[in-house]
Design a protein. Structure first.
Lengths: 328, 335
C-alpha cells in the first residue's frame, strides 16, 4: 500500500473524485494557479481546467455562498477556506443558510457542499492563524462536522463527504498535513463521516481526542504504557457532529474512566459535549470524574513561542493527566 | 506584465533648502523600512522570527510619504504587512522588532507578533491579519474623532485583495453618508497572494473608480514616487480636515518579494519583476536628490548608515530581551 501524508491524502481523494464525478469543482483563494496555500490542489488546474478549479476573489462569504447555490442546483462544490481563522465572514452562509436547506425545504433540496478548512495551532501562527473554531459548526444541526487525523481517514472521509448529500465542514489540522504519514489504499474507499474509532485499545481509561490531539494522545498513551504500565484506550472522535455516542459510551463502559483532550478552549466546546454525554448515559459506570486537558480560557493563540507551548496541550501534559486519572 | 503606473511622471516639487531636510527625512524613513525588512528576512531564516512574516520591501515610498501629513491626534490602521507603516508612524524600532521576536519588550508583550503591531500612544491601531477586517474599525475611529470633535482623522491602509470583501463596500458607503474623516489608502501591488488583481477585479486593475460610485473623491498615483504619495496625501488630508468627508487614494506599487516568507512568488514573470525593480524608490529617490544637487553622496550615505545602525541595535535589543513570563498568558483577557 502506498504511504502518504495527510495533505497528499486530501489531494488524492479530491483528484480521484473529480475524475469520477464531473459535478465536483473546487473554488477558493489561490486554489488554481498556486494550487492552494497548502498545495491541496497542486496540479489540478492543469488537469481539470479553469472551470473546475476556480480562483476566487478574496471573499469568503461569496465563496461559501456561491458554492451553496451551485450545490442546490445539482453541483457538488468543494469550497476551500485558506485558514479556519478566515471563515468568519462565511458563517452566515454556513450556519445560517447551508445548515437549513434540507429542513427549510421540507426535504426537497439538499446542500451537498464540502467546505475544507485547515485549522489548528502549534505553527507559530499567533492570534489569527491558529484557531480551532470547529465548535461553532459542531453546534449547528444540519451540518456535518468532521476532523480526520490520519491520511487514511482524510482520504476515506473526504470521499464519503463528497458522495454524501449533506453539507460537510471538513476540518484538517494543518500541523498534521506534512507531519503525519500513513498507509493509504490507492483506490477509492469510503470511511463513514459519523463514526468514531478506537485507535489504540486499552483497559484502564479512555482518552477522547481528534485532529492533532489524537496524535498527541497516542504518544502520551505510549509513554505511560512504557513508563507506568498504564493501559490507555485512545478514541479518535473523527466526527464532531454528529458525535458517535455509541463508540464513546462503549469505551467508557469498559474502562470506567474518561479523559477528553482538545486544542480548543474548554468552555462550551466539543469536549464539554463529550463529557455531558458520558455524564448522562454512563455516570454509574464511572470510577472517577471526567477529566479534561485543554488550553486555558484565553483568546487563542499567543504568538510568543513559549506561550504558545504553554497554551497548547502536549503529549507530556496529556501523560500527566493520564497518570493522575489512573491513580484515582 | 503589468506596468500601468509607469505613466505618471515623478513630480518633484522642489523648493530649495526647506525641502532638503524633508527629503532627507523621507529617504531616512525609506532606508529604515528597507533595512528593517531585510533584517527581518535574515532573522526569520535564522529562526529568531517564526510564523508568518510579510515584508514591505518595494512599497516603502507609501508608508514614508503618507505619514508626513498626519498629526499626533490622528489614527493609523493597517493590515498584516504592517512594519513599514509602524516605523514611518514613529513607533519605536526596538519594540517593533522585539514584538516580531515574541519578546516581553515587544509593543504587545510578544502576544501579537509581526501581523499585529499596535501602539495606542502613537494612534497606531494595529496590524490586522483578517483581510478587510480593519476597514470598519478605521471608520469607527473616524466616527469617534468626528463625534468628539478632536480634529483627528483616520487613515486606513489595505490591499487590492481587500476590496473584494463585502465589508469594504459597506465601509465606503457608511463613511460617505456620514462624512467621516477617513482616508482610504489602497496599496495596489497588483497581487493578493498569488492572485493577480486583473483576474479578480471586474473593472480591471484600476480600483479607484469604485470610490466614485459612493461619491468619494479618489486619486490614482504612482506608489513608487514618495513625493507623489506625500503630495496626494497632503491634499486629501487637508480636505478631510476641512470636513469634506472621506477621500480615497490608490497607489500602484509592487512587493519585490513573495506574499510571505513561504511564498516563492512563481506566479509573476521575470520581466514584470524586473520592470518594478527598476523603479525601486530606494534607487530613484536618492538619484533624483543627487541629480538635483539636493544632497551629496556623503549625506545620503550618512542617512543609510544611521538606518542600518538603528536596525542593528533593534536586532540586538530583541535578542537580549527576555521572553514573556508564563503568567502573562493569563493577563489582558478581560477589563
Ligand atoms: C479574510 C481573510 N481571507 C484570507 C486571508 C489570507 N490572506 C492573507 S493576505 C491575502 C492577500 C491579500 O492581498 P492584498 O489585500 O492585495 O494585500 P497584499 O498582501 O498584497 O499587501 C490573503 C488571501 C486572510 N488573512 N483573511
Ligand atoms: Mg495586494
Amino acid at each position: 500500500m502506498p504511504t502518504m501524508t495527510v495533505i497528499e491524502a486530501v489531494r488524492d481523494a479530491m483528484r480521484g473524485e473529480m475524475r469520477r464525478d464531473p459535478r465536483i469543482f473546487i473554488m477558493g483563494e489561490d486554489v488554481g494557479a498556486r494550487g492552494g496555500v497548502f498545495l491541496a490542489s497542486e496540479g489540478f488546474l492543469q488537469e481539470f481546467g479553469e472551470s473546475r478549479v476556480i480562483d476566487t476573489p478574496l471573499a469568503e462569504s461569496s465563496i461559501v455562498g456561491i458554492a451553496l447555490g451551485a450545490a442546490v442546483n445539482g453541483m457538488r462544490p468543494i469550497a476551500e477556506i485558506q485558514f479556519a481563522d478566515f471563515v468568519w465572514p462565511a458563517i452566515n452562509q454556513l450556519v445560517g443558510e447551508a445548515a437549513r436547506v434540507r429542513y427549510g425545504t421540507g426535504g426537497r433540496k439538499t446542500a451537498p457542499i464540502v467546505v475544507r478548512i485547515p485549522y489548528g495551532g502549534g505553527v507559530r501562527g499567533g492570534l489569527y492563524h491558529s484557531q480551532s473554531p470547529e465548535v461553532i459548526f459542531a453546534h449547528t444541526p444540519g451540518l456535518r462536522v468532521v476532523a480526520p487525523a490520519t491520511p487514511y481517514d482524510a482520504k476515506g472521509m473526504l470521499i464519503s463527504a463528497l458522495r454524501g448529500d449533506d453539507p460537510v465542514v471538513f476540518f484538517e489540522h494543518k500541523r498534521t498535513y506534512r507531519l503525519v504519514r500513513g498507509e493509504v489504499p490507492a483506490d477509492a474507499y469510503m470511511e463513514p463521516c459519523d463514526k468514531a474509532e478506537v485507535k489504540r485499545p486499552g483497559t484502564d481509561l479512555s482518552i477522547f481526542a481528534y485532529g492533532l490531539m489524537l496524535h498527541y494522545a497516542l504518544e502520551a498513551a505510549r509513554l505511560v504504557h512504557e513508563q507506568d504500565g498504564i493501559s490507555a484506550e485512545v478514541v479518535d472522535l473523527r466526527s464532531l457532529r454528529p458525535l458517535d455516542t455509541e463508540t464513546i459510551l462503549d469505551s467508557v463502559r469498559r474502562t470506567s474512566k474518561a479523559l477528553v483532550v482538545q486544542e480548543d478552549t474548554p468552555a462550551v466546546s466539543v469536549g464539554s459535549e463529550v463529557a455531558a454525554v458520558i455524564a448522562e448515559h454512563v455516570f454509574f459506570d464511572l470510577d472517577a470524574p471526567v477529566m479534561r486537558v485543554a488550553p486555558p480560557e484565553i483568546p487563542p493563540m499567543p504568538f510568543s513561542p513559549l506561550q504558545e507551548a504553554a497554551f497548547m496541550p502536549s503529549p507530556e501534559k496529556i501523560a500527566a493527566a493520564i497518570r493522575e486519572l489512573a491513580a484515582i | 506584465m503589468n506596468t500601468r503606473a509607469a505613466k505618471a511622471k515623478p513630480k518633484a516639487h522642489v523648493n530649495g533648502a526647506n525641502d532638503k531636510q524633508e527629503f532627507l527625512e523621507l529617504y531616512r524613513q525609506m532606508c529604515l523600512i528597507r533595512q528593517f525588512e531585510e533584517a527581518c528576512g535574515e532573522q526569520y531564516s535564522r529562526g529568531n522570527i517564526r510564523g508568518f512574516l510579510h515584508l514591505y520591501i518595494g512599497q516603502e515610498a507609501i508608508a514614508a510619504g503618507v505619514m508626513r501629513s498626519l498629526r499626533a491626534e490622528d489614527y493609523v490602521v493597517t493590515h498584516y504587512r504592517d512594519h513599514g507603516h509602524a516605523l514611518a508612524r514613529g513607533l519605536d524600532t526596538n519594540r517593533v522588532m522585539a514584538e516580531l521576536f515574541g519578546r516581553a519588550t515587544g509593543l504587545s508583550k510578544g502576544k501579537g507578533g509581526s501581523m499585529h503591531i499596535f501602539d495606542a500612544a502613537k494612534g497606531f491601531m494595529g496590524g490586522h491579519a483578517i483581510v478587510g477586517g480593519q476597514l470598519p474599525l478605521a471608520a469607527g475611529l473616524a466616527l469617534a474623532c468626528q463625534y468628539k470633535g478632536t480634529g483627528g482623522i483616520a487613515v486606513v491602509f489595505f490591499g487590492d485583495g481587500a476590496v473584494n470583501q463585502g465589508v469594504f463596500h459597506e465601509t465606503m458607503n457608511l463613511a460617505a453618508i456620514w462624512d467621516l474623516p477617513l482616508l482610504f489608502f489602497l496599496e495596489n501591488n497588483l497581487y493578493g497572494m498569488g492572485t493577480a488583481a486583473e483576474r479578480t477585479r471586474a473593472g480591471g486593475v484600476d480600483i479607484y473608480p469604485i470610490a466614485g460610485s459612493y461619491g468619494i473623491e479618489a486619486a490614482m498615483i504612482d506608489g513608487m514616487d514618495v513625493l507623489a504619495v506625500r503630495e496626494a496625501t497632503g491634499e486629501a488630508v487637508k480636505k478631510i480636515r476641512a470636513g469634506e468627508g472621506p477621500k480615497f487614494i490608490e497607489a500602484k506599487t509592487y512587493r519585490f518579494h513573495g506574499h510571505s516568507m513561504a511564498d516563492p512568488a512563481r506566479y509573476r514573470d521575470h520581466a514584470e519583476l524586473d520592470y518594478w525593480l527598476s523603479r525601486d524608490p530606494l534607487k530613484s529617490f536618492p538619484k533624483m536628490m543627487l541629480d538635483r544637487e539636493l544632497a551629496t553622496a556623503e549625506e545620503l550615505a550618512v542617512v543609510r548608515k544611521s538606518a542600518d545602525d538603528e536596525v542593528a541595535s533593534a536586532v540586538k535589543f530583541s535578542l537580549e530581551s527576555p521572553p514573556p513570563a508564563k503568567s502573562e498568558l493569563f493577563t489582558d483577557v478581560y477589563a
